[in-house]
Design a protein around this ligand. Structure first.
Ligand code: HEC
Length: 158
């Protein structure tokens, strides 16, 4: 009886391997790429790519085990949720929305809420030092100032 159940489970697990979620691996650069809204210095871009892009861009670097069911679905959900909240590849929407996203970027980076803890267990390269966090925070705050100046300039032209 137990043997039959185990074999049954094994078969289900094997079949499940063939059901894969869509991969998130388009080019990160689109018409709405973050750099088209605000400047991003290379040093900051390098940090965003290594610590944030896996969940907040259109391009994830998948590790080998990411194709294994159910890991793939778990990652898929994280990525979809991350992109839904913030996507540097598609940084669009109203002025207010962009300002809020940048503010939250600074805030969550400061509070060590991002990158999320479970991700850091595996991705050691995404563990940011305080100096690296500060680079991201300062960038996000400056980017907000820049956006505000742009919007004032646009308003005064009209
Ligand atoms: C492993 C995936 C993952 C990584 C890596 C990651 N995030 Fe997130 N992020 C999420 C998920 C999932 C959410 C939505 C749920 C939540 O808020 O916890 C989120 C939410 C956010 C939000 C909130 C947006 C909103 O409007 O609610 C910001 C800002 C953010 N992340 C910034 C960052 C930054 C900056 C980095 C890199 C330093 C980063 N994240 C790295 C998965 C990730």
């Amino acid at each position: 009886m137990l043997r039959k159940i185990l074999i049954g489970l094994l078969i289900v697990l094997i079949i499940a391997q063939f059901i894969q979620p869509p991969a998130n691996n388009d080019s990160p650069v689109t018409a709405d790429y973050i750099t088209h809204s605000v400047p991003v210095p290379d040093s900051v871009m390098a940090l965003l790519k290594v610590a944030c892009y896996d969940c907040h861009s259109n391009s994830t670097r998948y590790p080998w085990y990411s194709r294994i069911t159910p890991v793939n679905w778990w990652l898929y959900n994280h990525i979809e949720e991350g992109k839904h909240h913030l996507n540097f590849s598609e940084f669009k929407g109203s002025y207010k929305r962009k300002m809020r996203k940048l503010e939250e970027t600074a805030e969550l980076t400061e509070k060590h809420e991002m990158p999320i803890g479970s991700y850091l267990w595996i991705h050691k390269d995404a563990r940011l030092s305080d100096a690296q966090r500060k680079l991201i925070i300062d960038w996000a705050n400056n980017a907000r100032k820049q956006l505000m100046q742009d919007s004032i300039r646009k308003a005064s032209i009209m």
